[in-house]
Design a protein around this ligand. Structure first.
Ligand code: HEC
Length: 118
């Protein structure tokens, strides 16, 4: 049990280092929250809802429910890179945004979602 806790602690530290390093690399290209908001409202909100919680007007009739983007962004089991890939490639019930949005647009959307879900 002692070892299990030590392992969790190590994971936590690794996670924090990861978050810290991804914040630094992101800030090299500052997020544009206005662009994030505009792109989100145009391309995502109908399914994911105004806060990204997965409860947009289109969600009710959908078999595969839209994800809570805010939760996904905060999950230690997900990375922004993987989530960006999913948005670009599409998933069950979600169209692919490759060719519609750039990676920077998606990063701006994620930054916007983070900003409205403190
Ligand atoms: C037509 C409805 C629809 C639109 C529009 C849509 N999504 Fe989704 N989205 C979904 C559904 C449904 C899922 C859940 C798919 C699954 O779990 O297999 C999802 C899942 C996600 C996930 C989680 C992916 C994962 O790996 O768990 C993210 C992040 C996401 N969407 C972001 C976005 C962003 C950003 C946009 C706008 C650029 C967007 N979505 C537009 C329906 C939509």
């Amino acid at each position: 049990m002692k070892y299990a806790f030590a392992g969790l602690g190590a994971l936590g530290v690794a996670g924090m280092i990861f978050i810290a390093s991804s914040v630094t690399s992101e800030s090299a290209q500052a997020a544009d929250l206005n662009n994030g908001q505009a792109q989100f409202q145009t391309n995502c909100q109908v399914c994911h809802g105004n806060k990204g919680w997965g409860n947009g007007p289109a969600a009710a009739g959908m078999q595969e429910k839209p994800a809570n983007i805010s939760k996904k962004l905060n999950s230690i089991f997900q990375t922004d890179a993987k989530l960006t890939q999913d948005v670009m490639g599409g998933k069950t019930g979600m169209p692919a945004f490759k060719g519609v949005l750039s990676k920077k647009d998606v990063a701006d959307i994620f930054a916007y979602i983070r900003s409205i879900n403190p």
